[in-house]
Design a protein around this ligand. Structure first.
Ligand SMILES: *Cc1c(COP(=O)(O)O)cnc(C)c1O
Length: 407
């Protein structure tokens, strides 16, 4: 008898985005003539930078000639891309990361979801609340939790991100083994300072723990004092794995390219207490289960680091940050407390009522779709997330509509 992995039954069906879709559809059916502006999505809207599409086209042409055709590439990524990443994203910021510590992949979602399989089944996990659901759900699937009660899984240490800590959780009082952190944060848009991040690195070193640092929104950082990488913190190379993505940086959500850094000095332990390099474990996993990102996509990603690419990516980020700035300014003028939107594309708004109630008000009265904060965790209740991924004119229109309802 073929049997299922019953851990899947523990997952609360994620009703968030299907719930949103249902409510939007009901509104559309009832008011077919009313315009709807979507500020709920976590997907980019603007085209790929020209430097990337030029490199993409040229690489496709190489694939069309026997003399330049490429079959399977290295699973870890082509050297041309890994070298650019190491130099531009890390060495240039004083973080001593080498090309062979970089694993190119088809997404930070897959990497942050898959990484847990190289660790023991009974390690203790710490996960922020609210959170990007991938970190939690993949550990539930792997059987590292009990069942869910009142929206929280048994066996997980939740790191509350609230107004009281300015949406940057402090290190836990108890001992945990694997910690997920994401800055600039999705969904709250909050950022972490070097001294706050240093506390986490120290905690991990003292407790022989590991930090999984998701820096998918790194490119949105404007404040020069903020760390772009966890490896800017001394000692982090021994206790942290970092994931990045070209998705939000350069519009690669539909093109697919990301990478994970596993420094060779990053260690974990077997049950006898012997150390093992995580680099070799992840390399084994990656080469067994993954066959590399396509050559043209890696060439397109490489172009992000060209001089034209850099200018174009910067202007893409500025475009979204201009939207974010407008959203933030307008909502604050209406008397709402907000975080994010300055170094991130998300604005986390204290809506002063139930998340879903505010969602319905925005949809029914203003025709604007946002994301109810409670969908990201219990601490998200009373908040909504507004995304800056849209056209500026739509954002302006949405803000005018919201002003009419609230103002
Ligand atoms: C969008 C996003 C990613 C990127 O995922 P890809 O699979 O690379 O597209 C990773 N982490 C977070 C928190 C995100 O919001």
């Amino acid at each position: 008898m073929i049997r299922i992995n019953e851990n899947y039954l523990k997952l609360q069906a994620s009703y968030l985005f299907s719930d949103i879709a249902k409510r939007v559809k009901a509104f559309q059916d009832a008011h077919p003539d009313k315009e709807i502006i979507r500020l709920g999505i976590g997907d980019v809207t603007q085209a790929l930078p020209k430097a990337c599409t030029d490199a993409f086209h040229a690489a496709v042409d190489e694939m069309a000639q026997d003399s330049t055709f490429r079959g399977y590439g290295p699973e870890q990524g082509y050297a041309f891309l890994r070298e650019k990443i190491a130099n531009e994203d890390f060495q240039a910021r004083g973080a001593d990361i080498l090309p062979d510590e970089i694993f190119v992949s088809d997404g930070a979602k897959c990497d942050t979801g898959n990484i847990q399989e190289i660790f023991a089944g009974d390690i203790k996990i710490a996960i922020p609340d609210p959170v990007y659901p991938v970190y939690l759900d993949t550990n539930v699937m792997a059987g590292r939790t009990g069942t869910s009660k009142d929206g929280r899984f048994e066996g997980i240490t939740y790191l509350d991100s609230t107004k009281a800590n300015n949406f940057v959780p402090d290190v836990p009082k108890e001992k945990v083994d694997l910690i997920y952190l994401c800055f600039p944060n999705n969904p709250t848009g909050s950022t972490i300072t070097k001294s706050q991040l240093k506390k986490w690195v120290e905690y991990a070193r003292e407790n022989k723990a590991l930090i999984l640092y998701d820096a998918a929104y790194e490119a949105f950082i404007q404040d020069s004092a903020l760390p772009h990488s966890i490896y800017e913190i001394e000692g982090a190379k021994d206790v942290a794995i970092e994931s990045r993505s070209f998705s939000k940086t350069a519009g690669f959500t539909g093109t697919r390219c990301a990478y994970t850094v596993v420094p060779k000095t990053c260690m974990a332990y077997d049950k006898s207490g012997n150390t093992h390099a995580l680099h070799s474990l992840w390399n084994r996993r990656h080469t067994t289960k993954f066959n590399g990102v396509s050559y043209p996509v890696q060439r397109a990603a490489e172009a992000v680091y060209s001089s034209q690419g850099k200018v174009q990516v910067k202007s893409l980020i500025s475009y979204y940050l201009k939207n974010a700035g407008l959203i933030r300014k307008e909502l604050m003028a209406l008397g709402f407390d907000c975080v994010g939107g300055d170094n991130s594309p998300y604005i986390w708004v204290d809506c002063k009522m139930d998340s879903w109630k505010f969602f319905d008000l925005m949809l029914d009265e203003a025709g604007v779709v946002c994301t109810p904060g409670v969908g990201f965790g219990r601490c998200g209740q009373g908040f909504i997330r507004i995304s800056a991924f849209n056209n500026y004119s739509n954002v302006e229109k949405a803000m005018t509509k919201i002003r009419k309802v609230i103002g």
